[in-house]
Design a protein around this ligand. Structure first.
Ligand code: GLU
Length: 288
């Protein structure tokens, strides 16, 4: 089976150093395995999106030498596929409508469990749809973070699949699209480590394959906080890509590339010396 990896940014801000690390890490793993590297724009949450961010991310990646091997998959154009997955879950009685508000759930430790709603059904307004989550323990072996286990009912409860506004959840869209794109290994930041069991559970319910997982340590700022697009931490300069690429390579514990003519040259050299065994294991590292 051909290796297929991906980078799946949400257009909530410009590309930042943390997302460059995820993009570069997944690109190196895919090309090292002789496989393909795909791009997916996770634009299914309009309230969180920043106008122009998707275009800015897609313009920046090639400046860093990161070229996808297929046209970008836009999640906003995949609603029919999510509708079909939702219909499949509904037909199997795996989902239920829920009118509980966040504040009502706060009284029940914030988590919805056992299909038990605190709010009464209110047919006058649209519900959210939640998955009926059983007491099941999911295991997976992360290539960097080691063996993982999560008791799904305890940790995730009856998680939301479709929101009140009719928007599908990241978990559902991710599970459907990793399968649609034929992804064999997911390389991403470890902030998503605890989402993985929910995605694996959805894959099982929907009869989809489970890829391998490799969660990179999070890039932290000097205060030990996660770099995030929303805080505008460490913006990148696509006009001067080499310094950021070198820092990203160093973060990934890969051999330095002291002399490079441009981003493509630096990536070619980095790939020639790429050593997956050197990738960092622990859960967070400061960059600065
Ligand atoms: N869209 C998510 C983000 O930007 C990443 C999703 C994933 O890699 O599964 O944080």
């Amino acid at each position: 089976m051909t290796y297929r990896g991906r980078f799946a940014p949400s257009p909530t801000g410009q590309l930042h150093f943390g997302s460059l690390v995820a993009a570069l890490g997944s690109w190196l793993c895919a090309h090292h395995a002789g496989g393909q590297w795909l791009l997916r724009m996770e634009d299914i949450d309009p309230p969180r999106e920043v106008p122009g961010a998707a275009a800015a991310i897609l313009a920046a990646l090639p400046r860093f030498g990161l070229l996808a091997d297929a046209p970008v998959l836009w999640q906003s154009q995949r609603i029919a596929a999510y509708d079909a997955a939702f219909a499949q879950l509904r037909a199997a009685d795996q989902v239920f409508p829920c009118w509980c508000s966040r504040s009502e759930l706060a009284a029940a430790d914030g988590m919805h469990r056992d299909g038990r709603c605190v709010a009464a059904a209110d047919p006058s307004r649209p519900p959210a749809w939640r998955l009926r989550t059983p007491a099941v323990t999911l295991h997976f072996d992360d290539a960097l973070q080691g063996p993982q286990r999560q008791e799904l009912r305890q940790s995730a409860g009856d998680f939301v699949i479709r929101r009140v506004e009719g928007l599908y959840s990241y978990q559902l869209a991710c599970a459907v699209d990793d399968a649609h794109q034929g992804i064999t290994e997911v390389v991403r930041g470890s902030d998503l480590l605890d989402s993985t069991p929910r995605q694996i559970w959805l894959q099982r319910l929907l009869g989809l394959p489970t890829p391998a997982y490799r969660h990179l340590p999070l890039v932290l700022d000097a205060q030990g906080c996660k770099l995030s697009k929303s805080t505008q931490a460490l913006p990148l300069d696509p006009a001067d890509p080499l310094p950021a690429l070198r820092r990203a390579l160093a973060f990934l514990r890969q051999p330095a590339v002291p002399a490079a003519t441009d981003a493509a040259d630096l990536l070619a050299q980095a790939l020639a010396h790429f050593e997956p065994a050197l990738l960092p294991h622990c859960s967070g590292h400061s960059v600065v």
